[in-house]
Every structure is written in C-alpha cells, then in structure tokens.
Write a protein that binds this ligand. Structure first.
Ligand code: DAU
Length: 344
C-alpha cells in the first residue's frame, strides 16, 4: 500500500508515520510537509532510513505538486493544517489558505487520480462548546474560533467529495492530543517548558475550561483502524474520558516536575474561549478501538521526554516568544473580553 501523509513533520503526523511504518513495514509512505513554523524533520530522524519512507517538501495548495505526489497513492491521510486557536485569533488568513484551500486541492487531486481512501483529520472544535453531556457525529457544527471554522469548512468540503464524486472520504474528529514532540505553544508542552525554565505559566481566564486528553499513540491506533475498517462517507469522533480543567492539568504537571504552583499566572482569557468539548465515540469503539494509555502514564512519559530534549524545544520556544499573540499582551484585569456570558 502507498500512503500519502500530509503534514507528516508535525506533531501528530510524525507519530503516525512512525506508528504506521512499525506496523506496516513493507508499505510506502510519502510525507509531504511545507516545514512551516510547526514542522520539524527532527521528529522523524529514526524513520529517515526506512526504505519505504520518503519526504518531499511541498505546499498542499500547490496543485501541480500535489498532482505529482498523488500518483499511485492508495490512501491519503491529511494532517497538514494550521492548528493553533490563538494564532487564528491574530490572523485567520493562513487558516483559510491551508485548512480550506489546501484541503480542496488535495480532494480534487485525490478524486482525479481515483485514490481509494482519504482520511481528513479534523477536530472536536468544529462542534463548538459542549457544556453538558457529549455530542455524537450527527451533531450540528457550531465552530467559534476562526481555526475551528476553517476546519469545519474543510470537513464539509471533504464530505461533499464523497457525496458528489464517491471519493472514499472519512472525517476524523479527535479530542485534545498530547505527547512527546508537541509544539510548546499548546498547553501541556508550554507548561512543561515554562516550568523547566522557571517562567510564569499563563492560564487564560479562570482556568476552569475543561479539556479531554488523549495520548498521541492512541490516536494513531484509532487512525489505523479507521483507515482499515472505517466506512467511506463516515465521520468518527475520537474521544477521551480523561477530562480535566486546565488548572488541574497545570497543577498536576507542576507537581510531577516538582515546581511551585506560584508559577501559575492568570492572564486575560482567550477571546471566544470554548469552555468544554465532549464527544461520544461509540462509532469508533465499534471498530474495536479503546484507548490504552491513561492520562497519568501519558503525562509521565511526556514529562520525561521534554526533560530529556531541551535541545529540541529551546530554539522553538525562543522563536515563539518573539511573536506573542497581540491579544495576550495585557495582564489579567487590564482589558475585558466577553466570554461565554461572563466578562473577565
Ligand atoms: O480539541 C482539539 C484541539 O485541541 C485541536 O483541534 C487544536 O489543534 C489544538 O490546538 C487543541 O486546541 P485547544 O485550544 O484546546 O488547545 P491549547 O493547548 O491551545 O489549549 C488548551 C486549553 O488551555 C485551552 O482551554 C486554552 C488553555 N490555555 C492554553 C494555552 C496555550 C491556557 O490557559 N494557557 C495557555 O498558555
């Protein structure tokens, strides 16, 4: 089987490539990645010498390049995306370009070359906040950040290619993922790297927003099952029962690394901040999937990894610090933003 992985130098994409090649050593995997700010080939040094692996630097919006890459491909797994909500608040345009236009280019080329399977990796954020209970795949979409809206547009475009052309599209909506090698702009690695350097850890608003965490290997396992057994035209949520407030998550990390909670600094809330996401993933469980890694196990291996790989994240953290989000420049209390009915 020949797979085209988009965004394979990113956090989840790189874990997926490693996972896939370990389990399917005779497959061919082509990784196309633009190597933007979130891409790093250092994540893949251990698979570079695998005979079935090939890296191509390229932009998914480049139709000619995608046309060439798609030749002879049996399945596409599309991770390439702008993924950080805070960035989308500062500037939505890269999100529209990659997540909508780029997805459209891939879909058109996959259709033109009769690719059998197209897995579109989306997000639970397309459902918007879920204050009680959990939503299944039939729930209406209500994205609230430019990031989530761009992903929802990509989802719909992908599904339209199934309905209109019969392309073997499957949309996957994962919960919050964490693990080694995640870019330190996301909450868990941000907290770890700040704790390591003794810097304050910004908690947006009251820190009582809830997120359900899943270890990255469990997502790779879900994606493999979906690739092999999922039905074309379907949507699969990938959920986690491991729900915590952000404050609980940060406090637990500080405890694990033996740092004081005095590092916690409450800052202005993220505009439009979703309080909670929660999904029902019975459709995926029917394929035999079940998460194998507890939050505690995943967190302790993640902590260990960041503690041992400061040389990887230090320059990244430095570069990220040079471009702070404009809306985050004010300390808590100096501005006011309407969030979920409460003024913070
Ligand atoms: O739910 C899936 C989504 O999870 C993915 O689709 C997104 O690509 C991914 O970025 C993630 O979105 P979140 O906004 O939930 O993740 P993030 O790590 O940015 O933030 C997690 C929570 O922590 C969120 O409630 C905001 C809060 N937070 C985040 C940062 C970076 C803080 O309080 N302080 C921070 O400095």
């Amino acid at each position: 089987m020949k797979l085209l992985v988009t965004g394979g130098a990113g956090f989840i994409g790189s874990h997926f490539i490693r996972f896939w090649l370990r389990r399917h050593p005779s497959d061919e995997v082509v990784n196309v990645d633009q190597l933007g700010y979130a891409g790093s080939l250092e994540r893949l040094t251990d698979v570079e010498s695998h005979s079935g692996y090939r890296f191509v630097r390229g932009d998914i919006c480049d139709s000619d390049a995608v046309h060439t890459l798609m030749q002879g491909v049996d399945g596409v797994i599309h991770f390439a995306a702008q993924t950080h909500v805070d960035r989308s608040i500062t500037d939505a345009s890269p999100f529209l370009r990659t997540n909508v236009e780029g997805t459209g280019v891939l879909l058109r080329q996959a259709h033109a070359q009769a690719v059998r399977r197209f897995i579109h990796v989306s997000t639970d954020e397309v459902y918007g906040p879920v204050l009680d209970g959990a939503v299944d795949e039939r729930a209406a979409l209500s994205p609230r950040s430019p990031y989530a809206a761009s992903k929802a547009a990509g989802d719909m475009l992908a599904q339209s290619f199934f309905h209109t052309y019969g392309l073997g599209v499957i949309v996957v909506r994962p919960t919050n993922i964490f693990g080694p090698g995640q870019l330190p702009e996301k909450l868990i690695p941000l907290c770890l790297t700040h704790a390591y350097e003794g810097r304050p850890i910004p908690i947006y608003g009251d820190g009582l927003q809830r997120r359900a965490w899943l270890f990255v290997d469990d997502l790779c396992d879900a994606l493999e099952r979906i690739m092999e057994q999922g039905s074309a035209g379907s949507i699969y949520n990938v959920a986690s029962p491991q729900e915590r407030t952000n404050l609980e998550t940060v406090r637990r990390i500080l405890q694990l690394v033996d740092r004081s909670t005095d590092l916690i600094q409450f800052v202005m809330d993220r505009p439009g901040h979703d309080r909670r996401y929660a999904m029902d993933d019975r459709a995926l469980c029917l394929l035999g999937w079940q998460a194998k890694t507890s939050f505690e196990e995943g967190l302790s291996s993640t902590v260990k990894w960041y503690w041992q790989h400061a040389e990887w994240w230090r320059p990244i953290v430095q570069a990220l610090r040079e471009n702070p989000y404009h809306w985050l420049n004010r300390p808590f209390g100096s501005g006011s933003v309407q969030t979920s009915g409460a003024v913070v």
